[in-house]
Ligand binder design. Sequence first.
Ligand code: NAD
Length: 488
Amino acid sequence: MPITTAAETHDAVRALTLKAGHLIDGQLVEGTVSATVTAPWDHSLSVEYKQVTVDEVAEAVAAARRAFRTLRRGGGQPKDWLLAIAERLETEQENFAALISFESGKLQPAARAEAAGAVFSLRHWASMDLAEDVIDSSPAHETRLVRTPLGVVAAITPFNMPLLMMVNKIGAALLAGNTVVCKPSPHTPLTALHFARLVADLVPAGVINILCGGDDAGPALTASDGVDMVTFTGSVGVGKAIAASAAGTLKRVQLELGGNDPAIVFADADLDDVVPKLFQAAFGSSGQACVAVKRIYAHRGITNEVVRRLADLARTALPGTPYTDGATMPALTTRGQYELMHRLLEDSRQRGAVIAFEGSSTDQGGYFAQPTIVVGLDSGAPLVEEEQFSPILPVVPFDSLEEVLDAVNSGRFGLGATVWTQDPATAQYLMEQLETGMVWINGLGRPNPSVPFGGAKESGIGREGGQLGLDAFTEIKSVTFYSKDPSA
Ligand code: NAD
C-alpha cells in the first residue's frame, strides 16, 4: 500500500519503530536511553525510541566475535544471507521509503530510489566472489594470493543515505566472511532499527548487529579491541578522529569522507545540456550528497551565461516536504547544515561577493532553503573551499586550463570532479591531473556497485564497491606451495 501523506508516514514510522529494536546477538533489544527523531520537514512530527549504552555496544562486539569464530570455520553461507535479506527488503520498500523520508527529509522518489538501490546492492554483492590469483609459478613452486576475512567490522554511517550506506557495508563485509556491528547516524536511526527487525531471523546470532547510540557509541566501537576494521562514511573531521582512535589497535580503516566536488565548464560546452545537469547535481538533494556539485568553475567567457541560466532554474525550484506537490528539493536534514549555509552566505557578502540569486529560507517548522548562487569569490573563500551540505553554490570564473587545475588541486578535498568540454585533449589532461578519486567527463556520477567509489587526499582512504571494495574487507595472504620434485 503506497504511503503518500505526511500523516500516513508519521503513523507508519511510529508503528514500525514500536516493533523494531537494536539487533544484538540475534535478539531485538529495546535500548536504554530515551531519544527522539523529529522530521526535518515538519518539526511537529516526532518519534521516540531508545538508544543503546556503551555496555550494549560492548555486548554486540563480543557477540560479533563469537559469531566470527563459527563463521571462520566454515559455518556460514553469506551469499544466501544477502539474497534472503534482499528478498525481504524488496517487499518492504514502501516502509523503507517512508522511514527514509521521515527522518532525512528526502523527497519520495529519492527515498524510493534509495530503498530499491539497497536491494540491488545486496544482490550485486551476492553475485561477487573473492578472487584467488596465482601470482608466480615455476616447476618448483606456485604462489597464490588468498583472501581471508578480517574479523569484526564496525560500520559507521551518515544521515544522508541511511539504508544504502549500511547495506553496502554489510554486503561487502559479510561476503568477505566477516561479521558486522553497524552504527547509523543519530539523525536517522529509525531506518536502521526497522532493518534490524527484518534481518534478525535471516542470519545466525551475532553475524549482523545493529546499534543506534548517542555520541559515545561510535568512539566505543572504534576504540574497542574486539573490532578489526572500521568502515566509515561521513565527514572529514570525524574520519580523522576515527583514524586516530583505530590507531590504538592498528585496525584497518576504510574512510569514505566529505567532498567539495568541482564542475569545470569550458567555453565549448553545450550549455543547453550542461546547465540543467549541473543544477540538478547541485540542488536536487539540496546539496546533501557527498558528490553533489559544490562549486562551478566556468570559463570567463561563459560565466555570465552559466549564472544567468542557473538563476533562471533557481526561480522555478521548490523546496518541500516529501509530500509537497511539485517539490524539487528536500528539506535540510540538520540544523547544523542550515546554520552553516547562512554563515557561509554572510561570509561571502562580507568578502564582497555578488549574490546572483538569493533563495528564501526558513527554519520555521522545517529547514527549507531555495537555491542561492554566489559569484565574485576568490578560490580561498570558505564557500569555495569548505564542504557544505546545503543549496548554496559558488560560480568562479577561470581563464586557463592551468589556472583552474591549480585552483581545484590546491584544496584539501579530492572526492570527485566533473569536466565539461568537447575537446578530448583537455578531458584527457584533466583526467590525469585532477587529484580526485573519481572524474566524470560530460556527465554526472551514477551509482554503480561495480565501480570503486572513494576519494583522494582528505576525502578518504580506500575504495568502496567493485572488486577493490571487496578486497578492502579481507586480509590478503600469500601462500606458496613447493614441489617435492628434487630436480625442480
Ligand atoms: P558525520 O561525520 O557527522 O557522522 C557520521 C557518523 O559518524 C554518524 O553515525 C556519527 O554518529 C558518527 N560519529 C560521529 N563522531 C564519531 C566519533 N568520534 N567516532 C565514531 N563515530 C562518530 O557525518 P554526517 O553529517 O552524518 O554525514 C555527512 C558527511 O558524510 C559529509 O561530510 C559527506 O560528504 C559525508 N559522506 C561521504 C560519502 C562518501 O562516500 N565519501 C557518502 C555520504 C556522505
